[in-house]
Design a protein around this ligand. Structure first.
Ligand code: ZN
Length: 122
C-alpha cells in the first residue's frame, strides 16, 4: 500500500538545482485529468526534463481543491512515485484516480506519500 517509487524510473538525477515544469492545457477527453511527462536515461529520470500538466478539459469543472489534488499527485510522479493505495482508508495522494478527492476528500500528500519520498530521497 506504500506509495512506492516508480519501479521503472525510481529517482531523478540529483546533480544540483533541477526544474519541474507545471503547465495546463486542454488535452481533450483522454480519461486523464493530469499527467506527467519525462525523459529517462539508464533507468533514471532526467530531472531537467520533467513536466506536469493539468488537463483543463476536466479540471476547469473542478473546484480549487480538486485542481490542487491533481497537481499534488502529478508532482508525486515528477519526484518518482508510482500509483498506490485503495479507497479510502489510508489513501495516499498517489491513488491512481481523482476519486481520492471526489470520494475521499484527499487533497494533499499523506503519510504514505511522505514515506515513499523519504525512501527515494533518504
Ligand atoms: Zn498518476
Amino acid at each position: 500500500m506504500d506509495a512506492d517509487p516508480d519501479e521503472d524510473h525510481p529517482r531523478a538525477y540529483n546533480d544540483g538545482w533541477e526544474q519541474i515544469e507545471a503547465g495546463i492545457g486542454n488535452f481533450g477527453n483522454s480519461g486523464q485529468d493530469g499527467f506527467t511527462s519525462y525523459t529517462c536515461s539508464g533507468g533514471y529520470f532526467v530531472a531537467t526534463q520533467v513536466s506536469t500538466f493539468l488537463n483543463t478539459y476536466y479540471t476547469d469543472a473542478y473546484d480549487t481543491n480538486g485542481r490542487e489534488q491533481v497537481q499534488a499527485h502529478e508532482f508525486g510522479h515528477a519526484l518518482g512515485l508510482g500509483h498506490a493505495g485503495a479507497l479510502c482508508a489510508g489513501i495516499p495522494i498517489m491513488y491512481f484516480s481523482s476519486d481520492r478527492y471526489f470520494t475521499c476528500g484527499i487533497v494533499t500528500p499523506q503519510q504514505d506519500d511522505v514515506n515513499g519520498i523519504n525512501a527515494i530521497y533518504p
